[in-house]
Structures are given as structure tokens and as C-alpha cells.
Write a new protein. Structure first.
Length: 71
């Protein structure tokens, strides 16, 4: 059973890959991922570069501690 997605650009430090997480290395748009799973992008600038056409992500502010309302 897969429980989450992790999208990353560079090698994950202090992490051992496990079979119950989907790993995506490189530019991956949020719209192309399984949205039924929680998704972690490693790196704020990297996440924004993966989703240049997503207005919600482009206008998000990490200081508000919320990226998408109600999710």
C-alpha cells in the first residue's frame, strides 16, 4: 500500500527509500501526481519551478503555513 508521494531534485539526505512511498526525482507537476496521497516537495523554490502554471502555488506564502486551502 502506497501512503505518500515525495518529489525531490537532489539526493535525499539521511533518508532510506521505502516501498510504501512514491518517489519522483526531477520536475514533476502536482497535477500529474496521485492527488489522493499526501505529497511532499523537498524545497520551496523547486516546488514552485515544478508548477509554473499553477497560480495557487505561485502565489502561496510559506509564512502563512498553508499552500492550498482546505487540503
Amino acid at each position: 500500500m502506497i501512503i505518500a508521494n515525495i518529489v525531490y531534485e537532489k539526493e535525499l539526505v539521511n533518508h532510506v527509500e521505502v516501498e510504501y512511498i512514491n518517489y519522483y526525482r526531477g520536475l514533476t507537476e502536482y497535477d500529474k501526481l496521485d492527488k489522493s496521497l499526501p505529497t511532499l516537495y523537498v524545497g520551496w523554490s523547486f516546488m514552485k519551478s515544478c508548477n509554473p502554471n499553477n497560480e495557487i502555488i505561485q502565489n502561496a506564502n510559506i509564512l502563512h503555513k498553508k499552500i492550498v486551502a482546505n487540503e
